[in-house]
Design a protein around this ligand. Structure first.
Ligand code: NDP
Ligand code: TDO
Length: 299
């Protein structure tokens, strides 16, 4: 993978203490300038221009989002400010300043019934408020700034922040039995891998200068697919190397774990375009999971 040249202007990363923003800070070096609330707040759109003008970035990565999938069902306006109108305004302000924008989106824009990994040209059909607000955000960001790349990722986990892997490891440490949905499939993605991919994309964009064909949608998720049950079992097995007891993990059906938001059944995505255009290959999710579990138990 390409790495970002140490010289060059600042890269603005939104998303505060979130998973991806934290990985970008950890891996991106001195050029990464992370912002979060209250300084940069999609609920207060006037903060956006203020930050852009204070930092004068050469590129922006928007890793800020409303990611509470179930809560979005009852708080659609707040979710839309973070995922739709906020990113649209950010894209508009970037366009006025001729700044490329990498905007992060999700597999939950898809219905989950294709029966094969989704490619970028497949039609979207979000089933949740979170998915709808992200889908609208993609569309408006692409329309507002001709230098927008939308990177759709999925099932993001890391040693920091709130994510399914950490939730399951905590639950497994306390309970001898767990129940996890085994009929939803997707591609687990390490936030460190996603950060490395984004840094490589930025490096190519800088080295080659902007080309119009860079703009558009890309899928960027861990290689290989599994179920939430498969991910839970793999994480818990890795943790046994660090003295954790292995609980009994039962695979259940979606209807046996009722949630306000209806998640897609199979939302796997094909990341081949990212490799084709930027030379970026996403690592196998099992290898990255091993690293994350190691980090969690060594810290
Ligand atoms: N997590 C996942 O499983 C997946 C995530 N994605 C996408 O990847 C991107 C990064 O996700 P991830 O790092 O996991 O998310 P996190 O939930 O870890 O972090 C998101 C951050 O966004 C910030 N934020 C939330 N609302 C607002 C707002 N109104 N204004 C400004 N900032 C806000 C918060 O930062 P603070 O409060 O610190 O300012 C929060 O820490 C998002 O676009 C998400 O939709 C896609 C697929 C899967
Ligand atoms: C914690 C837990 C969850 N589940 C189920 C609920 C749900 O169907 C599935 C996933 O759980 P979560 O709610 O943790 O994951 P969820 O919030 O749906 O994760 C999603 O987040 C957003 C931000 C994205 O963009 C998606 O790519 C995806 O990562 O697992 C169990 O079956 N057992 C459990 O113990």
């Amino acid at each position: 993978m390409n790495s970002l040249a140490p010289q060059g202007g600042p890269i603005l990363v939104t998303g505060g203490q979130g998973q991806l923003a934290t990985s970008l800070v950890k891996l991106g070096g001195a050029r990464i300038h992370r912002v979060g609330r209250p300084d940069f707040d999609f609920d207060r759109p006037e903060t956006l221009a203020r930050i852009l003008d204070a930092i004068e970035p050469v590129a922006v990565v928007n890793a800020a989002a409303w990611t509470a999938v179930d809560l979005a069902e009852s708080e659609p306006e707040a979710a839309a400010r973070a995922n739709t109108s906020g990113p649209a305004e950010l894209a508009r302000l970037c366009a006025l300043r001729d700044i490329p924008l990498i905007h992060i989106s999700t597999d939950y824009v898809f219905a989950g019934n294709k029966g094969a990994p989704y490619v970028e040209t497949d039609s979207i059909s979000p089933q949740t408020v979170y998915g709808e607000t992200k889908a609208e955000g993609e569309k408006l960001a692409l329309a507002a700034n001709p230098k927008t790349l939308v990177l759709r990722t999925s099932w993001v986990y890391s040693a920091h922040g709130k994510n399914f892997v950490r939730t399951i490891l905590n639950a497994g440490a306390k309970n001898p039995t767990l129940k996890v949905v085994g009929d939803q499939r997707g591609n687990p993605t390490s936030s460190d891998d996603l950060a490395r991919a984004i840094l490589s994309v930025l490096a190519v964009m800088e080295k080659d200068s902007w080309r119009d064909e860079f703009a558009g949608i890309y899928h960027a998720c861990g290689t290989g697919e599994t179920t939430w049950h498969g991910l839970a079992v793999a994480a818990l097995k890795e943790a046994t190397a660090y003295g954790q007891a292995m609980p009994d993990v039962t695979a259940i059906r979606t209807e046996d774990w009722p949630t306000p938001a209806k998640r897609p059944a199979v939302s796997s995505m094909d990341s081949a375009k990212l490799k084709r255009v930027f030379g970026v290959a996403m690592p196998a999710w099992e290898d990255s999971l091993r690293q994350v579990v190691k980090t969690l138990y060594s810290s």
